[in-house]
Write a protein that binds this ligand. Structure first.
Ligand code: FES
Length: 63
């Protein structure tokens, strides 16, 4: 579980694959993994309407 603050109007890209070295944010590691494994991982895009603190989690996050 990662707790982060998201700022109003800023675009965030959240990792769904668990391979990012910058969790909880996507660092595009999913692209190479998808190419090698035929998977279709994509980041989750968020642009909040107000500044909020959120708790994020994914079953793929091992770190
Ligand atoms: S690195 Fe995990 S979704 Fe992009």
């Amino acid at each position: 579980m990662k707790t982060i603050q998201l700022h109003k109007g800023k675009k965030y890209s959240i990792c769904s694959c668990g391979l990012s070295r910058a969790l909880p944010f996507c660092d595009n590691a999913h692209r190479e993994f998808n190419a090698k494994n035929g998977t279709d991982y994509k980041s989750v895009k968020i642009r909040p309407n107000e500044t909020v603190e959120v708790e994020l989690n994914s079953v793929n996050w091992k770190r």
